[in-house]
Design a protein around this ligand. Structure first.
Ligand code: TXA
Ligand code: MG
Length: 358
């Protein structure tokens, strides 16, 4: 449901005007535009690019000045490392200092695709890219535009999600323009992302063990077809305590949050409806599953009817709620199985861990 046209009520987004003197070019998925974007990347500029998961803010991973612009455009803390995107297995050995047999098996099974492996890094990857760590997150995306840009530019591409740090990730070129207009050289429009949530991030914990640091489209069950032991990092579902060590720096920051106050309600429809009616105030919305919500007295948006659709839609719906002027949003919690775990993980963070059992 769309009540209002898109508004520009956030000071920091939505403006089509030039801001810091950079005209952000809107490029398409055609040969001439891809060459132009590749040239920009090769020359150390920052470009918003589509991947199958979310849009990324791309720069030459080996160029510290280029990577510094990525951190600046996002407002990202310097200790939160970037993922390096590659297009071939030869590139993997140029970036990772060590590629254990388990990593090769995982790559064979899941690349190109939404899996990021943390491996020891080569000296060619500067500290700014790895957030000061001696490891680097590496993934081979499957999106044809991302792959073309890595090949045409001839450089490995560092790319975090192309949102302002802390805001929901972008799944269309228009989302990237809203966050990055005036801050980066260009955005390449490759259509809406098919997966919709970021890649599964894993570390290798021995010859046959994997730890999931961030859940994504590649699920625990899928990883178990390759590794004998697969564990979930506790930070996936629980808030870290002050001073607790974190294996993936991204886990400790407020994340995926729209401007609206989000409350995640986990349980039955009946309990959800009762909570909304009891707690609603001005500008309250509900984000529910397809086919639900008709009986609520507040306006609703829906986000799909199964885990894959929920993954695909969740970030764009959170952004749309802000555009509608929502101040308080009750979200129906997805089931935390399969790809649903990734959606649940993003939503508890969007809600600042305010989860109510209903
Ligand atoms: O699907 C994706 O992974 C997207 C697209 C653009 O490829 N990228 C993405 O990047 O989500 P970003 O920067 O938003 O999230 C990367 C996550 C962060 O939580 C970061 O802390 C973690 O991966 N990470 C990266 N390198 C790491 C490392 N060496 N050790 C531990 N965690 C790492
Ligand atoms: Mg991100």
């Amino acid at each position: 449901m769309r009540l209002l046209p898109q508004t520009n009520w956030h000071g920091w987004q939505g403006s089509r005007k030039r801001r810091s003197g950079v005209e952000t070019k809107e490029l398409k998925d055609c040969a001439a535009d891809l060459w132009e974007a590749a040239r920009m990347l090769h020359d150390g500029q920052v470009v918003g690019i589509p991947t199958e998961t979310v849009y990324g803010l791309a720069a030459d991973a080996r160029n510290p000045q280029a990577v510094a612009q990525v951190f600046a455009a996002k407002g990202r803390p310097a200790d939160n490392p970037l993922i390096v995107h590659i297009a071939s297995m030869e590139q993997l050995t140029e970036i990772a200092a060590e590629v254990p047999p388990l990593a090769k098996r995982l790559a064979e099974q899941f690349w190109p695709g939404p899996l990021t492996m943390i491996l020891p890094k080569q000296a060619s990857i500067p500290e700014i890219t790895s957030g000061g760590l001696d490891t680097v997150g590496i993934r081979m995306p499957s999106h044809p535009v991302a792959r073309a840009l890595i090949r045409l530019s001839g450089v490995p591409i560092a790319a975090p999600s192309a949102n302002i740090s802390g805001y929901p990730s972008p799944t269309t070129a228009a989302h990237v323009m809203r966050d990055m207009q005036g801050k980066i050289a260009a955005v390449v429009d490759g259509g809406p992302c098919t997966v919709g949530v970021e890649s599964t991030v894993i570390s290798l914990e021995g010859a046959d063990s994997v730890r999931i640091l961030r859940p994504g489209y590649v699920t625990k069950e899928m990883l178990e077809s390759v590794a004998a032991h697969v564990s979930l990092d506790p930070a996936i579902l629980h808030q870290l305590k002050e001073g607790q060590t974190v294996r993936s720096p991204g886990m400790k920051y407020k994340h995926y949050s729209p401007r609206a106050h989000v409350i995640l309600a986990d349980g039955s429809w009946k309990g959800f409806a009762a909570l909304v009616e009891q707690r609603k105030t001005a500008h309250t919305y509900a984000l529910v599953f397809d086919g639900e919500g008709e009986t609520l007295s507040v306006p609703i948006l829906t986000y799909g009817k199964n885990d894959q659709e929920q993954a695909q839609q969740i970030f764009s719906k959170l952004r749309e709620l802000d555009d509608l002027g929502a101040q308080l949003v009750f979200v129906r919690a997805p089931s935390a199985d399969g790809v649903g775990l990734a959606v649940y993980n993003r939503l508890i963070r969007a809600a600042g861990f305010e989860v109510i059992q209903v």
